[in-house]
Ligand binder design. Structure first.
Ligand code: BDR
Ligand code: CA
Length: 330
C-alpha cells in the first residue's frame, strides 16, 4: 500500500501557519497531542474544545487548563458535549488507562489562573471557522460528539471552512478488545456516523498506526533531559501512562500516544509512510458491531472512499517532533 494523502503532501512545508482547533478529552495521550500542537511553529491553535470521553467534562476541562497553564500557554478552552448524542455516557471514572483523574502520575499546582470559556465548544468552533480567512483543520482526539453537533448545526459553514478532519479513532485491522472497536468512535457511534458520513475530508489515525508508533521507553528519559517544566511533566505522565496502559489493556514494549499521531500528520503529512483511501462505515444498530469502524480495505463495497486510513508513520521523526515542541514550551 502506498501513502495516497497527496493533496496535503504536495503542500510545501515551512510556509503559512496551519489554523487548527483541537477537540480533546485529556487523557495522557491528549496531553501529548496538546503539547505537540502548542509547541510547534507550523500550527496556529485557534482554540481548544473539550468533550466528555476519557473522563467526565469537569475532569477533562480541569486537565486541559492544567496542561496549558503548566506549559505557559493561553488559549480559549471551551466545554462541549457532556454525553454522547444518543447513548448514555459510559462512565469511565474507574482507574483504567488514565487513572482516576484522567491524568494520574503528576501533581499539577493547585492554583491555576486559567478559566474555562463562557461559550460552548460549538459556539467557539463555529466562530473560529466563520472568522478565519483560511480553511481550518479540526483535530479530534476524543469521542466525536462535538464534531457531530457542529456538522449538523452548521453544515454549510463546515463545507466551506473545514480543510480536513484529522482524527484519532477507529481501527481497520488492529484488534485490541472487540473486532473493529476503538474507544473514541465506539463511545459515540451516532456522532461518529455523522462525521464519517459528512463528506468532509477525513484522515483516520486509528489503532493500526498508533500501535505501530509506540514511543521508545528511552525516549521518556530524553524528555526529562530537556530540563524544562514541560519535559518533566510529559515524561512523568507518560511513565505513569505506560504502566497504567499495560495494566489495563495489554503489555506493549513502548508507550502509545494515540492522539499525538493525529496532530503529527497535520504538522507534516509526509510523516505518514503508509495510508490508503477507502470507504469506512459506522454501524449504529444494536449488535456486536455497533460503534465499530468497518473499513472496506478490499474495495468490494462499490462505495466511494470517504476516509484516508493511516497505517504507518515514521516513528523517529514523530519522536523528534515531540521533543522540539517540548523544548519550545515553558
Ligand atoms: C483513545 O481513547 C482514549 O483513551 C485515548 O485518549 C485516545 O483518544 C484511544 O482509543
Ligand atoms: Ca483522547
Amino acid at each position: 500500500m502506498q501513502a495516497l494523502w497527496q493533496d496535503k503532501k504536495d503542500r510545501e512545508v515551512g510556509m503559512k501557519k496551519i489554523p487548527v482547533i483541537i477537540d480533546c478529552d485529556p487523557g495522557h495521550d491528549d496531553m501529548v497531542a496538546l503539547v505537540l500542537a502548542l509547541g510547534n511553529s507550523r500550527l496556529d491553535v485557534k482554540a481548544v474544545t473539550n468533550v466528555a470521553g476519557n473522563k467526565v467534562m469537569e475532569k477533562v476541562v480541569r486537565n486541559t487548563l492544567n496542561i496549558l497553564n503548566y506549559c505557559g500557554v493561553k488559549r480559549e478552552v471551551a466545554a462541549g458535549a457532556r454525553r454522547p448524542l444518543v447513548r448514555e455516557y459510559l462512565r469511565t471514572d474507574t482507574e483504567g488507562a488514565h487513572g482516576i483523574s484522567g491524568l494520574d502520575g503528576f501533581d499539577f499546582p493547585e492554583e491555576n489562573p486559567l478559566r474555562c470559556s463562557d461559550r460552548t465548544a460549538i459556539e467557539v468552533m463555529a466562530e473560529v471557522l466563520r472568522t478565519s480567512e483560511e480553511k481550518v483543520t479540526l483535530i479530534a482526539t476524543g469521542p466525536l460528539t462535538n464534531l457531530g453537533l457542529l456538522i449538523r448545526a452548521f453544515p454549510e459553514l463546515c463545507r466551506e471552512k473545514v480543510e480536513r478532519i484529522s482524527l484519532m479513532g477507529g481501527t481497520c485491522h488492529y484488534i485490541l478488545t472487540k473486532p473493529f472497536m476503538e474507544f473514541n468512535v465506539f463511545m459515540d457511534a451516532e456522532a461518529s456516523k455523522i462525521v464519517f458520513g459528512s463528506g468532509l475530508p477525513i484522515t483516520m489515525f486509528g489503532y493500526d498506526v498508533t500501535y505501530n508508533t509506540l514511543l521508545e521507553l528511552d525516549f521518556l528519559k530524553k524528555l526529562e533531559k530537556v530540563g524544562n517544566r514541560t519535559g518533566h511533566m510529559v515524561s512523568s505522565l507518560l511513565q505513569a501512562f505506560y504502566q497504567l496502559h499495560n495494566k489495563a489493556w495489554m503489555e506493549v514494549e513502548g508507550c502509545p500516544v494515540h492522539d499525538a499521531c493525529a496532530v503529527a500528520g497535520v504538522i507534516d503529512p509526509s510523516i505518514v509512510t503508509e495510508s490508503e483511501r477507502m470507504y469506512v462505515e459506522i454501524p449504529t444498530e444494536p449488535g456486536p458491531l455497533s460503534g465499530a469502524t468497518i473499513c472496506d480495505y478490499a474495495h468490494r463495497s462499490g462505495k466511494p472512499a470517504n476516509v484516508e486510513v493511516v497505517f504507518k508513520m515514521d516513528r523517529d521523526r514523530f519522536q523528534d517532533m515531540i521533543l522540539d515542541s517540548v523544548r519550545a514550551l515553558a
